[in-house]
Design a protein around this ligand. Structure first.
Ligand code: GLA
Length: 719
């Protein structure tokens, strides 16, 4: 079967390649219900209300979307997620809305929503029960589809929890899903009512993008999103490569928009919105619409970015560069222009550059560059550049221009900062470069650059900061020698602000740029550092404080049979743990993603050991805010067991203590600054992984190989 699937995948991919190459839009394979010619837009209650959804919330939200301009901006689906049902069907086997939360049933809510010119979505599941354990549609597909149609439902999200795979002996999970999702797709079509069909089956191996198009209008590509940058990045990275598989009527769905839920910065929300639009993803807000502030609403309602998402050509953006976390994407638009996203997935600001021909435009003398977030329109001879803050985007619509219009535009200039070394030790120096680039076809005059630093820094310009003319296509760079303050916290970010002023043809302009420089207080004896990630980590030690800035997937085996990881950074006492010893530290900040990312204590024979030297024990606060202990029980190459304290989530500071008696390790945690210690687990590590003295210390893994975060600790004590 594996081979058949591989063949099918190859056939689908190569057909899609040809289609993309020939500039053909993939309509042929799309769901034949004719719906969702552009990605659906709307709202879904899940991430604001979870199982507290009710009729009043849905109706109120619809009304708010009319009042706040979202409906006019294109958001027309109002979607109910899980938990709208009663725990059982009625005597005739019909689904029953929860009588308290939907006292007048779903049809009344649908009528209300329709009265506002909007449409209603609902949630069901292909299994025996939904993910929240309400009745599933398994064996009731036609009956439930008819019920939805009778109620006036316009959109069905269909989940994959609790599918009785045992009823399909010898079939793969994917095959069973194909059967069950096709069943519901046909049942919805048979009702005669136009109903968007949204598949929610993003588990590894389901690969709905390979088979979803003929039966559904959209399919989830990635796991449930969370409101943090790491999760957003993970879902973006898991979807962006699937651009060949989506098109009008059939969309990749990287999950619901989080803008407004409070877990990310405005900059990060702006990135989420831009990336989703560039991928032609559904724009479905999953937040409390009534409490959105003006800035969050402005993201949801940006007409330029919405137009990119909703472009009738329906071609998802294509990533054309992604070196070192700096992404360039281009999306072919129906008027011949290109939507270009320059996305910086790193923490530090960086210059990202591409050209008009690289993004797919024909070679011409002049182009206009419409910045879709600032609305500025500039001219370029071909260069497209932005200095993009960490976690941020620049998004442009680039068009071939007739000379006459473009000559009236101001040149596309960019001010950028770049440090020779993004990190210096306290008291040490590096060089910082400030550059103004003129991508335009006309010169800019009277150019003056300046740089300011935070207190404690010394800044010495190494050249003249002014020139009378910066010609078309040229760059002007001023170098500075910058010297960090002599002392400070373990790891601290300082901000440099650059400013440029110049006279383009149409009057005086200024621009500014900000760059962070990391200052570390070096880690010295008796402590040592270890970096087992794929990207350089930074370490600092000052007073009782320690800090580690790193990536790293983590220490124990990832789920779903993925390759083992041993990817973290540590500050430790070489040979500090004897056979009878105890280590303690307080985690004071711990930004990380998922159950394997986190910060805590680690103990193993050799901290810097290669892949096949077994790790012993970790005790840490995970990216999910749980306390996890993981250990090597088998003596194999990896930490192979883990346990989390059930039903407990914690917020820093969290004290951790690991007590070793020979091969037995006991973990404890404290959330009251060490007054009480709660047990985590007492576990036996394989003798081969806990024979003699061990290295012991604190470690950090961000949980993602593409995301750097900084964890800090105090009071590392080894006895
Ligand atoms: C799954 C889905 C989510 C949401 C919940 C509801 O986790 O992936 O999008 O619908 O179920 O229980």
């Amino acid at each position: 079967m594996g081979r058949v699937r591989d063949w099918l995948r190859l056939a689908l991919v190569s057909t899609a390649c040809l289609a993309a190459f020939a500039g053909i839009v993939q309509t042929a394979a799309a769901e034949s219900n004719g719906l969702a010619p552009t990605p659906p837009m709307g709202w879904n209650d899940w991430y604001s209300s979870y199982c507290n959804v009710n009729a009043q919330l849905v109706e109120l939200t619809a009304q708010e979307m009319v009042n706040n301009g979202m409906k006019a901006a294109g958001y027309d689906y109002v979607n109910i997620d899980d938990c709208w049902m009663s725990p059982s069907r009625d005597a005739a086997g019909n689904l029953v809305p929860d009588p308290t939360r939907f006292p007048n049933g779903i049809a009344t809510v649908a009528a209300y929503v329709h009265g506002l010119g909007m449409k209603l979505g609902i949630y069901e599941d292909a299994g025996t029960t939904t993910c929240a354990h309400f009745p599933g549609s398994y064996g009731h597909e036609a009956q439930d589809a008819a019920t939805f149609a009778a109620w006036g439902v316009d959109y069905v999200k269909y989940d994959r929890c609790n599918i009785p795979y045992g009823d399909f002996p010898g079939e793969s999970q994917q095959q069973v899903q194909q059967t069950l999702y096709t069943r519901m797709s046909n049942a919805l079509k048979a009702t005669g009512r136009p109903i968007v069909f949204s598949m929610c089956n993003p588990d590894p191996g389901d690969d709905p993008w390979l088979w979803g198009a003929p039966i559904s209008n959209l399919w989830r590509t990635t796991t449930d999103i969370e409101d943090d940058f790491g999760s957003m990045l993970g879902n973006f990275e898991g979807t962006v490569g699937l651009y060949r598989d989506a098109g009008p009527g059939a969309w990749n769905d990287p999950d619901l928009l989080q803008i407004g839920n409070g877990g990310s910065s405005l900059l990060e929300y702006t990135s989420e919105f831009s990336l989703w639009a560039e991928m032609a993803a559904p724009l479905i807000a999953s937040t409390n619409i009534g409490t959105l502030n003006a800035a969050e609403r402005a993201i949801y309602e940006n007409p330029n970015v919405i137009a990119v998402d909703q472009d009738p050509l329906g071609q998802p953006g294509v990533p054309i560069a992604r070196a070192d976390g700096l992404w360039v994407m281009t999306k072919n638009l129906s008027d011949g222009s290109r939507a270009v996203v320059l996305f910086n997935s790193n923490n530090a600001a960086a210059t990202i550059a591409t050209t008009a021909t690289a993004v797919g435009l024909p070679g011409r003398r002049l182009y206009s560059v419409h910045n879709l977030w600032t609305n500025a329109v500039t001219e370029t001879g071909g260069g497209i550049t932005a200095f993009v803050p960490g976690h941020g985007v620049a998004m442009f619509r680039v068009s071939v221009e007739s000379n006459r219009r473009a000559m009236k535009l101001t040149p596309h200039t960019v001010l950028s900062l770049n440090a020779a070394d993004p990190q210096v030790d306290a008291g040490q120096s590096t060089t910082l470069y400030e550059t103004l680039t003129n991508n335009g076809v006309s010169g800019v005059k009277r150019v003056a650059l300046s740089l300011s630093a935070w207190p404690g820094w010394q800044v010495k310009p190494l050249g003249r900061p002014r020139i009378p003319l910066l010609a078309a296509g040229q760059r002007f760079t001023v170098s500075y020698r910058i010297t960090a303050p002599a002392s400070g916290p373990p790891l601290a970010m300082s901000i440099f602000s650059g400013a440029a002023s110049f006279d383009p043809p149409d009057g005086r302009h200024t621009s500014s740029a900000r760059l962070g420089e990391l200052v570390s207080a070096p880690v010295g004896s008796p402590l040592a550092t270890a970096d087992k990630t794929t990207h350089p980590a930074s370490f600092g030690a000052s007073g009782r404080g320690l800090a580690i800035s790193s990536r790293g997937v983590g220490v124990y085996n990832p789920p779903f049979g993925a390759a083992p990881t041993d990817s973290y950074a540590a500050i430790y006492r070489p040979g500090g743990a004897g056979r009878s010893s105890s280590a303690e530290a307080t985690v004071t900040t711990d930004p990380a993603a998922g159950p394997q990312g986190g910060a805590g204590l680690i103990e193993r024979d050799r901290m810097t050991a290669g892949k096949h030297s077994p790790a012993a024990v970790v005790l840490y606060v995970s990216g999910n805010a749980t306390i996890v202990m993981a250990w090597n029980a088998s003596g194999g190459a990896d930490v192979d067991q883990h346990t989390a304290v059930p039903s407990v989530t914690v917020a820093a500071p969290v004290g951790l203590r690991l007590v070793r008696r020979g091969h037995v390790y006991a973990g404890y945690y404290s959330t009251d600054r060490g007054k009480t210690w709660n047990p985590v687990a007492t576990e036996t590590v394989a003798a081969s992984a806990s024979a003699g003295r061990q290295d012991v210390g604190v470690f950090h893994a961000s949980g993602l190989s593409t995301w750097t975060t900084t964890a800090s600790f105090t009071n590392l004590r080894v006895r």
